[in-house]
Design a protein around this ligand. Structure first.
Ligand SMILES: [Zn+2]
Ligand SMILES: [Zn+2]
Length: 138
């Protein structure tokens, strides 16, 4: 295990070293609830791999973004969330909270508080949609 991995909260959650309610798990991704939910449903989809942030992704990583979106929507649907009232996005450097790539899945987006709306506003300078990331891969 690299030192980066052992120092990373999200890697620890993936590895099961940090007690967390995991809602979905496969070989490459897990989903768990955000500790500070901005709406009734607020989940984080993370990669097994320690990728620091969305700007590190390249054009060959398109599938990662698509997988994260698909899994996030599946979990939301399973848990009774509303896919038509959904906010999906990634933090964008230099503004990110935890230094491990994660997709926020928030629903109903229309229930978000003013502060949450500012924090998770689509394609603002610090939070971007999966489509934005896909169209800015290098
Ligand atoms: Zn990590
Ligand atoms: Zn976040």
């Amino acid at each position: 295990m690299s030192t980066e991995r052992s120092a990373c909260l999200f890697c620890k959650i993936y590895d099961g070293d940090e007690p967390t309610e995991v809602l979905y798990r496969d070989e490459d991704y897990i989903v768990f609830p955000d500790i500070k939910p901005a709406a009734k449903h607020h989940y984080l989809v993370i990669t097994r791999e320690h990728i620091r942030h969305a700007k590190q992704l390249t054009s060959k990583d398109k599938k990662i973004i698509e997988d994260m979106v698909r899994i996030g929507k599946e979990v939301l649907e399973e848990r009774g969330g509303d896919l038509s009232d959904l906010r999906l996005g990634f933090h964008f450097p230099p503004f990110y909270s935890v230094g491990h790539l994660h997709l926020h899945v928030i629903s109903p987006a229309s229930d978000m508080s003013f502060v949450s709306l500012l924090m998770f506003r689509n394609n603002s300078w610090r939070f971007v949609s999966p489509e934005y990331v896909k169209s800015h891969l290098w």
